[in-house]
Write a protein of this length. Structure first.
Length: 271
């Protein structure tokens, strides 16, 4: 199966996505911002449509538009401090409105359907190079800002008191989220993209370990999710995005059940 170029491209892109998404997702989950990832995932379709409309690489189009939407969310947080749900509604309305307007115009240079559900057949060498570049920049940035992102994730006000430039880092982080979304959109698809950001982290949190162990575990679960999704979708002939989401839910349930079974076993031994 791996003798085919499109499968090699899909596998390499999958490995990059599996590492990047949990690195971003863990900070979103800790800040209770998982819905922001979902909002930006849906807004990315507008970036894809803009890319197809202008002849720009759709992944690059998704990255640029999603970065703008992420910055817009951060900007609107100052005006709607107590109504975060309204901010998400505004940004999602903007993204969906732009996407539907462009797609329904009939002037796109290619179809956007593949980006809704994901398609391993559409990952080109050019796409892979762009995914690798964006992933590398994003992971390196997370590494450089690691401690400051951690401070902000646990207590934004305390981080500001300690001298962390919270506002600036929040804007940078919105671009990192855009990176994770744009590099994943080709393989996973818009509709289930947020599952790659949140499900592996949710499974890792169940282990009840420290932050670093949780981060490494979330990457391991992410690799398992996406490899199972890629193999299963190829075997069954279905969209990889949907099957990857199902694999993520299955892994999460296995971890939860295993955790409860382990606790019962320990109680019996202790008794």
């Amino acid at each position: 199966m791996l003798r085919y170029t499109f499968m090699q491209n899909a596998l390499l892109a999958s490995l990059l996505i599996a590492i990047l998404c949990p690195c971003i997702g863990i900070f979103l989950v800790l800040r209770k911002f998982s819905l922001i990832g979902d909002t930006l995932a849906h807004a990315s379709l507008a970036g894809v449509a803009l890319g197809l409309f202008t002849g720009v690489n759709p992944i690059l189009g998704a990255f640029v538009f999603t970065s703008v939407c992420g910055a817009l969310i951060e900007f609107l947080r100052g005006a709607f401090r107590k109504h975060t749900d309204l901010i998400l509604s505004v940004v999602m309305s903007l993204g969906v409105g732009v996407a539907i307007t462009l797609i329904s115009s009939g002037k796109l240079r290619a179809g956007a359907d593949a980006f809704l559900f994901g398609s391993i057949l559409t990952v080109t060498r050019g796409d892979l190079a762009l995914v690798a570049a964006l992933s590398l920049v994003a992971v390196l940035t997370v590494g450089l800002l690691y401690h400051r992102l951690l401070y902000i994730a646990y207590d934004e006000d305390a981080a500001q008191i300690l001298g962390v430039r919270v506002k600036l880092i929040n804007y940078v982080f919105s671009v990192l989220v855009a990176c994770a979304i744009s590099v994943s959109i080709r393989l996973v698809g818009v509709l289930v993209l947020s599952s790659m950001i949140s499900l592996p982290v949710a499974a890792a949190i169940q282990l009840g370990r420290g932050f670093k162990v949780t981060l490494l575990a979330s990457i391991a679960f992410s690799l398992a999710d996406i490899l199972l999704g890629l193999a299963g979708s190829t075997y069954l002939g279905v969209a990889p995005g949907g099957f990857t989401a199902l694999a993520g839910v299955a892994v999460l349930l296995v971890v939860i059940v295993g955790k409860h079974a382990w606790r019962k076993t320990r109680r019996r031994r202790a008794g």
